[in-house]
Write a protein that binds this ligand. Structure first.
Ligand SMILES: Cc1cc2nc3c(=O)[nH]c(=O)nc-3n(C[C@H](O)[C@H](O)[C@H](O)COP(=O)(O)OP(=O)(O)OC[C@H]3O[C@@H](n4cnc5c(N)ncnc54)[C@H](O)[C@@H]3O)c2cc1C
Length: 477
């Protein structure tokens, strides 16, 4: 997922108010005067119950960035906190793997817009090496593998600007929301595009919006798909991987891995959480599992969650973006940061990140989103790699080497995520994020990227949601 400069420009042209409102830290809710919240402050060992059967102040379900950040603050403020994590690792959708001394991020990779972004502050204080991504450093190829002419490259931007601009205006004047794709098609009905322009526009919609929001354009709400705020500045990746951040946050926290919570029973007396191995007790529970997990009903809440929350769960969508790393014996591709493929079929292997440019390694990273990505998940790794290679051979010829290895994600079928990140589908509104954030009484609290209206679907949004909920809990407990 990455934010294209174009998006920013387009947003500035079409909705200048939302950009001027986007001043980062000003939007953050202040910590309570007594709450400690410096991520780098000395981490105190938790005053902890002596065994797992004791009553904790707060049990946090999920050790992703939202849960870790919240637990960190609660512990700094003297609360006894335990995290229950279903996987055998922490980090959730932050998942860095080592490959030959390189850190490859299988989930989040970018700090989007570094200026005012709280993740930048943590990364800088930890001395992390940040590498800027220049999205304009891009070479595009047509369906037959020939580089796009300068004129056709300009045409991609022109078509996007014109048709998305018109589609949004059209949508704004409707009584009911409709999908971005439907709005574009209604505009195109009046003056259909040539086959070539249509391919270019499909490519642009896919790589600019479908990859960004992890949703097909025929599901993205034309009214709200990009309603969230952004910070300023550039996008960067962390040379040592995103785990730098979560590894820091987990220090001295009490975490139990391989504990998938199946049942959460709550009432005035406290909360009881059940996993296959144990029953856990706390004065309050903080649920940070992904939207996809809540939607699937993997956790039984007793009593059931309020109707308003359940309805919001049905409206906000869980999107899908998958990654396919191909490791080659040598670099055979162009030296631009990104490679674009304007194929015959929309959304198939349209965008590649060149890790030679970023990390000096002969690795290409292909992205796929939405329906096409779901379809690929049903195939074997070697079938997926073969499909990727077809595109690369189209561009660079039949004699390019086979990859030495590949690493392919399947976030859609991951039982502890069921998707990559949330987006606003037709029928959903930004206030649904607020509803998902609301506590239930004084015992059940919620955080995670899908609960942060200003910055959903990002690491910084999840992190800020952890801060928000820690404050809520501190004021009550
Ligand atoms: C492929 C991909 C690329 C992305 N790229 C970026 C990017 O470049 N920049 C960016 O800012 N964001 C990106 N994101 C989004 C970002 O990763 C997420 O928004 C963020 O990490 C979510 O954090 P979270 O704490 O809300 O959820 P999670 O990280 O998912 O944490 C929730 C935790 O709950 C656990 N859990 C689930 N079910 C249970 C259960 N029953 N019991 C106990 N534990 C459970 C999970 O295992 C997980 O550890 C990307 C995501 C993906 C998948």
């Amino acid at each position: 997922m990455h934010r294209h400069e174009f998006l920013k420009l387009l947003t500035m042209t079409l909705a200048s108010t939302s950009v001027s409102a986007c001043t980062g830290v000003l939007n953050l809710r202040p910590m309570s005067p007594t709450a400690k919240n410096n991520p780098i402050e000395d981490i105190q060992p938790t005053p902890r119950p002596t065994d797992d059967n004791a009553v904790w102040d707060v049990i946090v379900v999920g050790a992703g960035i939202a849960g870790l950040r919240a637990a960190h603050i609660l512990q700094q403020n003297g609360r006894r906190v335990l995290l229950l994590e279903a996987r055998n690792r922490i980090g959730g959708r932050i998942w860095t793997e080592d490959y030959a001394g390189l850190a490859l991020d299988l989930g989040a990779a970018w700090i989007h817009r570094t200026g005012g972004n709280p993740i930048t502050a943590v990364a800088n204080q930890l001395g992390a090496t940040l590498i800027t991504t220049d999205y304009d450093d891009l070479k595009r190829f047509d369906a037959s593998g020939k580089p796009l002419s300068a004129e056709l490259n300009r045409r991609v931007e022109e078509l996007l600007e014109r048709y998305i601009g018109q589609a949004r205006k059209y949508a704004e004047n409707q009584e009911h929301d409709l999908s971005l794709q439907a709005a574009v098609e209604l505009i195109l009905d009046a003056s259909p595009l040539s086959t070539q322009d249509s391919r270019l526009l499909n490519y642009a919609i896919n790589t600019t919006f479908e990859h960004e929001y992890a949703g097909d354009a025929d599901r993205l709400s034309a009214w709200y798909f990009d309603a969230q705020e952004e910070f300023d500045g550039q996008d960067v990746i962390l040379k040592q991987g995103y785990r730098t951040i979560v590894d820091f946050l987990e220090q001295n926290l009490e975490i139990r891995l391989n504990q998938a919570v199946q049942r959460v029973a709550y009432g005035d007396g406290g909360v009881t959480l059940t996993t296959a191995q144990n029953v856990w007790h706390a004065r309050a529970a903080l649920i940070t599992v992904p939207l996809g997990v809540l939607q699937r009903g993997s956790i039984r809440f007793e009593p059931p969650l309020p109707a308003a929350k359940q309805q919001a769960l049905g409206r906000v969508a869980m999107g899908l973006l998958n990654k396919c790393y191909l490791v080659f014996p040598e670099v055979f591709w162009d030296d631009t940061t990104l490679l674009g493929y304007v194929g015959d079929r929309k959304g198939e292997w349209a965008e590649w990140l060149n890790l030679d440019a970023l990390l000096g390694a002969p690795i290409l990273l292909g992205f796929n989103a939405g329906k096409y990505a779901y379809g690929l998940e049903t195939q074997s790794d070697s079938q997926i790699a073969a499909a990727a290679m077809q595109t690369l051979r189209q561009i660079y010829g039949k004699s390019i080497p086979e990859p030495l290895s590949h690493r392919i994600t399947r976030w859609g079928s991951d039982p502890f995520s069921f998707g990559s990140y949330s987006f606003l589908a037709v029928g959903a509104t930004p206030s649904d994020y607020d509803t998902l954030a609301q506590p239930v009484g004084k015992r059940l609290f919620f955080a995670g990227e899908h609960t942060q209206r200003d910055y959903p679907s990002t690491v910084h949004g999840a992190y800020l949601s952890g801060e928000r909920v820690a404050n809520e809990i501190l004021s009550l407990l």
